[in-house]
Design a protein around this ligand. Sequence first.
Ligand code: ADP
Ligand code: CDP
Length: 614
Amino acid sequence: METAIDSANKEANGISLSEKKVTVVFVLGGPGSGKGTQCANIVQHFGFTHLSAGDLLRAEIKSGSENGTMIQNMIKDGKIVPSEVTVKLLQRAMQDSSNDKFLIDGFPRNEENRAAFESVTGIDPEFVLFFECPEEEMERRLLSRNQGREDDNIDTVRKRFKVYMESSLPVIEYYIAKGKVRKIEAAKPVKEVFEAVKTIFTPLKEKELYLIDCKKPVELIEAAMEMETEQQLSTCRGAEAVLNLQPASSVSIAYHSLFGPHDDLVLLELDEKLLPDVLHNSLMKMQFFVLRPKHMPLSMSEPPTLYCLYRLQINHCCVEMHKILMRKIVSRNWWHQSSKWHLVSWKLFEVAPRIDRLKMLLSENPYRFDDALMSEELDEMEKNNTRLYSWSDLIDKVQASADELRSGLQALSAVEIDGYWRIVDENYMDGILNMLLHNSVLNDWSLNGLNEAEVVGVLQSDGFPCEIAHHCLQVYGSKMDDGMWRLDEKRVCIHFARGILRGGKIRMDNFMVEWMRKIPEEMQASFDMLTGEVLTEKLGIETWVYAFSVSSLPSAPAERFSMLFRERPKWEWKDLQPYIRDLSVPGLSSEGLLLKYTRRTQPTPDAEPVFSAR
Ligand SMILES: Nc1ncnc2c1ncn2[C@@H]1O[C@H](COP(=O)(O)OP(=O)(O)O)[C@@H](O)[C@H]1O
Ligand SMILES: Nc1ccn([C@@H]2O[C@H](COP(=O)(O)OP(=O)(O)O)[C@@H](O)[C@H]2O)c(=O)n1
């Protein structure tokens, strides 16, 4: 009996295909590659309707249609039936179905099939599932298919292979170029092939995900520790372990230099903006990583070509990178293929490494005078409680490669003490620098030729740890070819200017007097040295100066500009430039940065341009 739903469907089916929003997946591959077998599985698991072009043609022969004999002869000969016949059959089958998701198997088999389908139905396939299988295996399967098919004999099979190579492969190449092909290694056992198929059809999350490129080569991943399954224990480390992951298995990863020579890969991470969403997702906490070839540029607007996609399950906290469990959900067949996954739309942004995080971590607990006293007695327990970070902790926590981390630590003037990386408290640094200068006067040392052993020895006898004494030379000086150290005029002068300005805004003339008084006699300070360190302000007839250091500003451009415009609503180029020249945004020039984050006005054509917030 016909139900109300059936009749409603019939009505719906009366509408044309173009009005009905259908999803079409083409299933292609040589004869005997297993298309029909896998389509049956897909139908069961994913609710598609299977339309086999070959089956429709064979049914047409059986129905006694006027084209029957022609079709029969063509099939017997392994030739491709004219498109108008096949397209009509497919179109009718789709229209007659109440489903809107179709697997079209064995079609388009040539360029003519493809063009005819496109022009008649206006449908562009969601993607093309391509079964790749060696000819010998296909031949073996066809000759033992045993379905009583007239064309499964050795002569016709050979003809079909020839037609496949000449006519069907170009269609696959056409879709590869469009980024639509999902390739499956079809020579494996049915179950294994289906595992690969499943990963392609399993929906991820039907919402937009923002991925951030942490801009690190994946040399950073180590997959060697905390393997979840025994099977992985026996496999290799680093990149290989990631690449060899089996579906539904997992490994923990952390940034690590042991990743290997895979600097053609880049690791991408979920945007933190989405973290609350993801964290409150009742399903599970997850993060998505994408590996892509480095040479493929990411554009801001188009979804990029994905290299390989992994779903990461995080066992404690999403924000931190360490101890991440990773599960491969999409097979390597994605490589060099899709620009868009049919169920998820991806937006990718390239970002610079998160060095701000490093600053935040190290500022939690700067090295102070007290530390110097108690360093010896500090037992492990205490160290664990006092937020100290070793190199490997930082590699885990900061999204940066080893090189980026090294230069980040250097920019922060961090030093490794007892195996932990520390920022040294400014007052403490001031103390040791003054002690060095004081000793240089006492001992008649030249600031352009300091003997390392002598300086360190004297500073140690004044109560400074050896590492800090070395660190002081490194921060304020540079080593010369002859092994002696020379104090850097600019760095020393900036140090003293910072010290004065820590007390707050000060009148320019007072500042200059105090600054000159503080700096060593051998050195010459000039206000230009303080570009990017201080700002000046006119109050009445007086000029005042205050600290505003580029190193204290966030490295993310949006936050940086917002901080700059909070400080001053309008900036002239010469003032602005020192505060933005270190910003680097992948894919955006400095002009682009200004366009994106500032409004440029020029009161008169020859006036200096002024930048304000957008
Ligand atoms: N992965 C596989 N391993 C071994 N035999 C297979 C596999 N997939 C399919 N077959 C067998 O090979 C023959 C051809 O498979 P079929 O799905 O009809 O291929 P196609 O639709 O691509 O022509 C069938 O007899 C099928 O049972
Ligand atoms: N788009 C198509 C599909 C099949 N066919 C014909 O149908 C035959 C059988 O195709 P099929 O898809 O059922 O079988 P396999 O060749 O994949 O095993 C082909 O050899 C062609 O002669 C066609 O002419 N046009």
